[in-house]
Design a protein around this ligand. Structure first.
Ligand SMILES: NC(=O)c1ccc[n+]([C@@H]2O[C@H](COP(=O)([O-])OP(=O)(O)OC[C@H]3O[C@@H](n4cnc5c(N)ncnc54)[C@H](O)[C@@H]3O)[C@@H](O)[C@H]2O)c1
Length: 419
């Protein structure tokens, strides 16, 4: 019999796991019933958050297998770090395949994996276990993107022709956990970490509503990466200090700036362009997401820091540093934009509602692991282009086994400059 509600288990309840939990107040028909976390403290904080928000009474499990085996758990949200993807998926799918428990589906945060080979393994394991799959790309569900796309296609494109150019940018002053900064653990630098959002949201806006992903075809990728800020001695030292000496940005940096241009062809062979910029070297009010879509007689633009609400604190207000005004906040005084409801505005609430409704109805989510794989393929091609300093035709030879130099700990623009 079809279920009316489903129980969700989270693997990893750090920064983004807790973001998802806060979004759950706007999600219907699903409760949080399980947590698997390496950090006892983060598990307890997440459990308390669920109780406070009345979104479920999660049990803290000591293993993924135990959580899958619990009959209250119907679907799993994978929100653990990138370097744990394969082990996490192996344990989830082994538990299902060996009959220890039953699941409907699994949703996974971006990036699906650190490279194409890993992403294909994640898909292969998920298919073998017969699970529905949702790729968690929140920006596709951001109300500004959803509404902007709907209006432009309905009014502008219908009367004057399809859009041809999409731009997306994501910038902040640097990630919150040391593992993000380590190319070998994360899979790259800001290109892998944040361009995954920008290339996908731009591709989404350019795709006709309801049309499949392959209705537009990527043809060529041109990209550039650099380390603009964090290799400077003062900032490299800061990273060393916060990581107990582990991060060495003088010798083993990751890119803190990346841009790419992806040339697509539309349904009729006409050119389309996606332009993206991402950086960990933007010091402004906080996280800034911007999206633009341009067509022959119309355009749209969205910028999360152009929020309607602004607050001002004079120099007499000397509070603690925090992220209570906006994600990746850099200041507590002066005139500052506030995103009224970050979980909604960035798209987490809409994304989680979609995944839950699909899982309840036995339907594959619109955004699924095939999308996650294609994003990884585009990003790896962008790394190839940046490394070879030339435009690369998509898909390039050797894509399936390509690992960026930065993910091998071998990228260093400073060294190349001196040689
Ligand atoms: N959609 C977005 O905008 C967005 C933003 C941030 C992070 N993310 C993605 O979410 C994932 C997690 O990032 P984060 O910012 O929450 O990182 P984080 O470091 O803040 O938290 C990760 C948590 O996972 C736990 N953990 C580590 N290994 C684990 C394992 N094997 N099993 C269970 N728990 C484990 C850690 O103890 C930690 O609490 C990453 O893949 C990241 O790319 C997405």
């Amino acid at each position: 019999m079809k279920k009316k509600r489903i129980g969700i288990g989270f693997i990893g309840t750090g920064f983004i796991g807790q973001f998802h939990l806060r979004s759950w107040v706007g999600v219907r028909n699903a409760d949080i019933f399980g947590i698997v976390e390496k950090s006892e403290e983060n598990a307890k904080v997440a459990q308390q958050l669920c109780l406070k928000l009345n979104i479920g009474e999660p049990k803290i499990f000591s293993s993924i297998t135990e959580m899958v085996a619990d009959p209250n758990i119907d679907a799993i949200w994978v929100t653990a770090p990138n370097f744990t993807r394969l082990e996490v998926f192996k344990e989830i799918t082994d538990a299902v395949i060996s009959g220890k428990g039953e699941l409907i589906g699994v949703a996974c945060e971006k990036p699906l994996a650190r490279n194409v080979a890993e992403a294909k393994k994640v898909i292969e394991m998920t298919k073998r276990a017969g699970l529905l799959d949702g790729y968690l790309e929140d920006q596709l569900f951001s109300p500004s993107v959803v509404r902007g796309k709907e209006l432009l296609w309905k009014r502008g494109a219908a009367l004057t022709g399809r859009p041809y150019l999409a731009r997306a940018a994501e910038e902040h002053s640097g990630p919150h956990s040391p593992w993000f900064w380590e190319g070998t653990l994360q899979g790259g630098g800001v290109l892998n970490d944040m361009m995954c959002h920008s290339v996908e949201v731009a591709r989404f806006m350019l795709t006709k509503p309801g049309a499949p992903r392959n209705s537009i075809t990527p043809k060529k990728v041109t990209a550039f990466t650099s380390c603009l800020k964090w290799q400077r001695p003062k900032y490299a030292q800061q990273l060393k200090d916060v990581s107990g000496g582990k991060l060495d940005y003088v010798n083993r940096p990751a890119e803190d700036f990346a841009r790419s241009m992806i040339e697509y062809e539309d349904e009729n062979g006409n050119p389309l362009v996606v332009e993206t910029t991402t950086s960990w070297s933007f010091v402004g009010a906080g996280l800034r997401l911007s999206m633009e879509l341009l067509g022959p007689e119309y355009s749209m633009s969205a910028d999360t820091l152009g929020a309607g609400l602004k607050v001002f604190f004079s120099r007499e207000v000397k509070g603690d540093a925090g992220e209570d005004i906006v994600e990746k906040q850099n200041s507590e005084s002066g005139l500052m934009p506030v995103v009224g409801d970050e979980e909604v505005e960035y798209g987490y609430t809409g994304e989680n509602r979609h995944m839950v409704e699909c899982f309840l109805n036995g339907k594959r989510p619109d955004e699924n692991f095939d999308d996650g794989l294609n994003v990884t393929e585009l990003l790896m091609t962008a790394y190839m282009s940046a490394e070879e300093e030339k435009t690369i035709e998509f898909p390039p030879d050797g894509l399936d086994s390509f690992i960026p130099a930065v993910a091998k700990g071998e990228w260093n623009p400073l060294k190349n400059k001196k040689e």
